[in-house]
Ligand binder design. Structure first.
Ligand code: AMP
Ligand code: MG
Length: 322
């Protein structure tokens, strides 16, 4: 493939991106969570190209991005709880895993052959414009090589996928900065498959729905492997007294560092900064042959998702999930 185009997030850029997607190509698009690698979810060839470009294991299903709840009904069965969650949080960083309905028309590889599908309506205006212009559901995992740190800028996308995808729409950095919360609505309740942009507390406050903890028995969300978001350097968490030489990532006024997720101790800011700071820390650590240490991050609100990503980034390396 030739060089990856960097498109502006204006009408012409979005029109060009929509043409690429309609022709079965790959476009990285900004969303409120991270940059997503978008392709036509109804085209087996386009979906196969997502897995190839990322080096993503084919057992790891993709999230389908839609313009609104109306577009979800022809694809999946929405229980009353699913309807309530969608009404409260779409558009926004909440993904619902729902039973597929017959005649859904999605490429089988999107769901890795499962009888369920993960659906989301993104809030970012550029993602919304592309979905609208493409006129079809878009499968979009994070726009990075499988297992590595997720991208929150167009430069991050190009560092990992330049020459492997047709285009990236550059709309600056992502306002939430961490992937969507994934809930499975397939066994009666709402079960947390992945913590993300919307916390279980917020879900309870807004809908009265109690989020069930992840089910440790089964791998409910295939592809959610322990090692993910991995920097090159070794990473240690919950470090309050950094050793000299280490690249220390701080949080809050009590735990400063050479870099910080948020000097003021603001969790939303920390989520926004997380992946860019991990990349910067990794560059410093490589130059110095050092490890990365990270200060403790509170496990409340979006802090749950930050700790989840950091734990995967620190986990021993294995075949990873995408
Ligand atoms: P990513 O595209 O990297 O944000 O990852 C999406 C994640 O959604 C996958 O790793 C799965 O864990 C989860 N997922 C997608 N579809 C399903 C599904 N049908 N059932 C359970 N989990 C899913
Ligand atoms: Mg990913």
């Amino acid at each position: 493939m030739s060089e990856t185009l960097r498109l502006l997030p204006d009408a012409a850029g979005i029109a060009r991106a929509a043409e690429i997607v309609q022709a079965g190509g790959l476009v990285a698009m900004p969303t409120e969570t991270v940059y997503g690698l978008a392709a036509d979810a109804t085209s087996p060839g386009a979906v196969a190209r997502i897995y190839a470009a990322k080096g993503r294991p084919r057992i790891n299903p993709l999230i389908v991005h839609l313009p609104g709840i109306g577009a979800a009904r022809p694809l999946a069965r929405l229980s009353p709880a699913a309807e309530a969650l969608a009404a409260a949080f779409w558009p926004g960083p909440l993904t619902l895993v729902l039973p597929l309905v017959p005649g859904h028309g999605l490429a089988p590889a999107v769901t890795a052959g499962l009888p369920t599908v993960a659906l989301r309506v993104p809030a970012h205006p550029v993602a919304r414009a592309l979905i609208e212009a493409a006129g079809r559901p878009l499968a979009a995992p994070s726009a990075n090589p499988s297992g590595l740190v997720s991208p929150t800028t167009a430069d991050h996308v190009l560092e990992g996928l330049s020459g492997r995808i047709e285009a990236v729409i550059d709309a600056g950095s992502c306002p939430v900065g961490i992937e969507s919360t994934i809930l499975a609505l397939t066994d009666g309740g709402a079960r947390l498959l992945r913590p993300g942009g919307i916390s279980p507390e917020t879900i309870r406050e807004k809908t009265g729905i109690e989020v069930l903890p992840p089910d440790g028995e089964t791998i409910a969300a295939p592809g959610m492997l322990r090692s993910h978001y991995a920097p090159q350097a070794r990473l240690r968490l919950d470090v309050t007294a950094p050793s000299s030489g280490a690249v220390h990532v701080g949080f809050g006024p009590e735990h400063p560092g050479e870099l910080t997720l948020s000097a003021e101790g603001d969790l939303a800011e920390a989520a926004r900064n997380l992946f860019a700071v991990l990349r910067a820390a990794d560059r410093l650590a490589a130059a110095r042959g050092a490890e990365i240490t990270v200060a403790p991050i509170p496990r409340r609100g979006i802090g749950l998702a930050i700790n989840d990503r950091l734990a995967r980034a620190a986990a021993p390396r294995e075949a990873s999930g995408g």
